[in-house]
Design a protein around this ligand. Structure first.
Ligand code: OAD
Length: 231
């Protein structure tokens, strides 16, 4: 069985990382146009670096929870292909032991040079004046995808979705495209579709099965079911 899993901020909520659109979410405290667009970065790079420096710091002190750990176990023990696609810029999947995570919105732990495209491990704090280690231009940014930019790995993800037997969406509001459209691609390819989320998402109606609750409870229970049925 080929399984494609999409995760969002809800899977890291119980690790202490904030979501975006919940009542106390990041987009209630910050204007995404200021901190998550190329135009915002051009206007005020200091503010944008401060925002992502804080995200990077939170990420370093957070620990993977039972949902991340269960997905790593699934990838290790499931006889079929298990592709993990995340909208999250944190590294909690990797730190839980997952391999080959498709970070479609980039990674806060990585830096990117806007001038030459070089990528490297981000220092704890980035500043607008930081020189690129390759070309020395002071044009460095977090290696994250902003609104108005094209997410990473879309061809690879499309290919996996078209070959999937089961698509599972975990902890995402289903409100940001293209990720919100993955369920329709998988369903169009004949896959079963399952949503695991705290509450109904904006795209719940597109799923064949929906379970509501905390990721740290729903995900390990679902992984146990899959591994038991694969025996
Ligand atoms: P959102 O904040 O939009 O949605 C998080 C979802 O997780 C909500 O539906 C919550 O109900 C759910 N949730 C919260 N706590 C949970 C828990 N403990 N267990 C399970 N579910 C829980 O976050 P995303 O959907 O990830 O993009 O947001 C998508 C994209 O929008 C992000 O990648 C980011 C953001 O703007 C960019 O910055 C480009």
């Amino acid at each position: 069985m080929n399984i494609v899993i999409l995760t969002g901020a809800g899977i890291s909520a119980e690790s202490g990382l904030g979501t975006f659109r919940d009542i106390d979410g990041l987009w209630t405290k910050y204007d995404l146009n200021d901190v998550a667009t190329p135009e915002g970065f051009a206007r005020n790079p200091d503010l944008v670096h401060q925002f992502y420096n804080a995200r990077r710091m939170n990420c370093r002190t957070a620990l993977p929870n039972d949902a991340h750990t269960a997905l790593a176990r699934l990838q290790r023990d499931c006889p079929g292909e298990v592709d993990l696609v995340t909208q999250n810029i944190d590294d909690l999947h990797e730190r839980a032991g997952s391999r080959s995570v498709w970070h479609m919105h980039g990674e806060v732990t990585r830096a990117l040079c806007d001038a030459c495209g070089h990528r490297w491990d981000a220092p704890e704090r980035m500043e607008p004046s930081d020189p690129c280690p390759a070309c020395e231009a002071a044009a460095t940014r977090p290696d994250v995808v902003w609104f108005g930019e094209i997410p990473y790995f879309l061809d690879e993800i499309q290919d996996r979705l078209e070959r999937s037997d089961l698509f599972v969406s975990i902890g995402t509001s289903g409100s940001v495209y293209p990720a919100a459209g993955f369920v329709a691609i998988a369903a169009g390819a004949g896959a079963q579709t399952l949503e695991l989320n705290l509450e109904p998402s904006d795209s719940s109606s597109a799923f064949t099965e929906i379970r509501h609750g905390k990721a740290s409870e729903l995900v390990p229970a679902w992984v146990n079911e899959v591994l038991a049925s694969a025996k």
